[in-house]
Design a protein around this ligand. Sequence first.
Ligand SMILES: Cc1cc2nc3c(=O)[nH]c(=O)nc-3n(C[C@H](O)[C@H](O)[C@H](O)COP(=O)(O)O)c2cc1C
Length: 258
Amino acid sequence: MGMKVFYFTGTGNGLAIAKAIGGEAISIPQALKCGRTRYEDDAIGIVTPTYAGNPARIVVEFLNRVDLVAGYRFAVASYGGGMGNPLKPLVSAAARKGWRFDYTASVKMVDNYLPLFDADEERKVKDQAAIGVELKRIAGDVAARTRFLAHVGAGNALYGVVGRLAYNRIAGPEMVRKTFTVNDACVSCGICARSCPGGNITVEEGRHPVFGSSCLGCYGCAHICPHNAIHAKGEKSAARWRNPAVTVKELIAANDQR
Ligand SMILES: Cc1cc2nc3c(=O)[nH]c(=O)nc-3n(C[C@H](O)[C@H](O)[C@H](O)COP(=O)(O)O)c2cc1C
């Protein structure tokens, strides 16, 4: 027995959190794919990014699908700019299953939402050493089995409600068609397809990637492309982000659905 940390990540922030907390890091897309419906351990954690002030939908789906049996259960949301209320739908999903989180926290990291944030600027303003200290604090809380639920102010709560209404347009399955373009720098390497947690990208030899309608909104494809060939409409810059604590190989292992 020990600790399991279930995470979802597009650009590595979520896996960096799981690694910092320790225990066994388990990818939520892969856990859903394997179909197991019950996990038991001393401690179990959930890590999600924030999309439109809410948790990634696949994380809520995972909580709805599985029974998590543990003496200590926690959730951590990463976010970049305006947090919203990403923990609330996780708390509600747990309540529907008849249990409560013992600990929740949110941590501000590099914002990977290309239409609003320049990744190079983000690198400058988000001090990785300070984020590391924050992650250590959370890891310490979890190790000490601290019971504490993060407080959410009225403004963030409101953003969470409004964001839920806008979620589909920002991170929903059809968003990809209006958002991403592929330019001629593409060499059909297929890394986008291999790292897509929605299994939403196919690349045939010598052709550009084709996007389907199961996008999870993570922006991972645009950030991971080694040729910088995938661009979001109206993006702030062509700069891209991958959390330095996470390798391309790890992102592929976490998200490959083929
Ligand atoms: C489609 C999309 C929507 C986002 N919406 C928000 C948001 O509403 N508020 C926020 O603070 N960050 C938002 N972000 C930023 C991510 O939550 C943040 O960069 C997160 O740490 C990414 O985690 P990952 O590297 O594990 O994928 C958004 C990112 C994407 C791709």
